[in-house]
Design a protein around this ligand. Structure first.
Ligand SMILES: NC(=O)c1ccc[n+]([C@@H]2O[C@H](COP(=O)([O-])OP(=O)(O)OC[C@H]3O[C@@H](n4cnc5c(N)ncnc54)[C@H](OP(=O)(O)O)[C@@H]3O)[C@@H](O)[C@H]2O)c1
Length: 249
């Protein structure tokens, strides 16, 4: 079995790669930080008896995505599971103060990047009439919170695409699922606050957030249901989080 996991250099993607490798999947892992891809490939291949292919590219560049997927070695082309995980939030500001550059990064990564990967991987899955696409959305794709405007919009788009893909891929026997996490402690907040680690730390102060492994286990569980079962949608929050804005500290 083969899984392709985007954004495997950190957080949820990395934990998902570790989870799938531990269950014997061969992996294609992607991200922009090559040294991290190399380190993870080494770690997984030496810990588990699996083959790992690292592909270093920016998911926002359509031609690079095309080249990476069309250039896959034959033994990695039969992708069983695609985990559309790469994504980010950039900034947290009211719409009238938002940075256009932040908006473009989120739209280009969370929506357009996810679409590019999906489109080219579908070229491999559809002829096989087999596969499973698991989209990583967010509770920001189910609710809108103050200053979350564009990030929430991109994750609402992922939610809509998840539903649309399920309809379009139905005749091709491809399963489509989404997991929508609440607060998970990863590099997410550091990225959101442009590298301000102190500000990022405060997001998780006084509460027990989800760990990346919690989401990874959920993703693996979705992928490992019997072939006739499609888990459409899972919302998962820490126990101390009731919704996007109600948190117990
Ligand atoms: N953490 C949370 O609280 C939370 C909650 C809900 C949803 N999510 C979603 O979960 C997903 C994973 O986030 P995370 O929390 O694990 O954050 P993270 O620790 O910052 O990891 C993000 C991953 O995405 C990759 N990535 C970002 N931009 C990319 C690009 N342009 N091209 C290729 N790869 C790119 C990064 O790799 P490189 O930097 O090496 O490229 C990294 O591996 C995201 O879609 C996020 O929106 C997170």
């Amino acid at each position: 079995m083969i899984a392709l996991i985007t954004g495997a250099t950190a957080g949820i993607g990395k934990a998902t790669a570790q989870e799938f490798a531990s269950k014997g999947y061969n992996l294609i892992i992607t991200g922009r930080r090559e040294e991290r891809l190399d380190a993870l490939k080494w770690e997984l291949e030496s810990s588990y008896n699996v083959r790992v292919l690292g592909l270093c590219f920016d998911i926002r560049r359509e031609q690079d995505v095309k080249q990476a997927i069309e250039g896959l070695p034959e033994e990695f082309k039969a992708i069983d599971v695609l985990v559309n995980n790469a994504g980010l939030a950039a900034g947290l500001a009211p719409i009238q103060e938002g940075q256009i550059g932040h908006w473009e990064r989120m739209i280009d990564t969370n929506i357009k990047g996810l679409l590019y990967i999906t489109r080219y991987v579908c070229n491999l899955m559809v002829p096989r009439k087999k596969g499973h696409i698991i989209n990583v959305g967010s509770i920001a794709g189910k609710e809108v919170y103050a200053n979350g405007n564009v990030y929430c919009a991109t994750k609402h788009a992922v939610d809509a695409l998840n539903k649309g893909m399920r309809i379009d891929l139905l005749p091709h026997h491809i399963r489509v699922s989404a997991v929508h996490p609440g607060m998970v402690e990863t590099e997410f907040s550091i990225v959101r606050y442009d590298g301000d680690e102190e500000r990022a730390k405060k997001v998780y102060e006084g509460l027990v957030p989800l760990r990346a492994e919690d989401i990874a286990e959920t993703i693996y569980w979705m992928a490992s249901r019997p072939a006739h079962v499609n888990i459409s949608d899972v919302i998962i929050t820490p126990t101390v989080q009731a919704n996007a804005t109600t948190v117990l500290r």
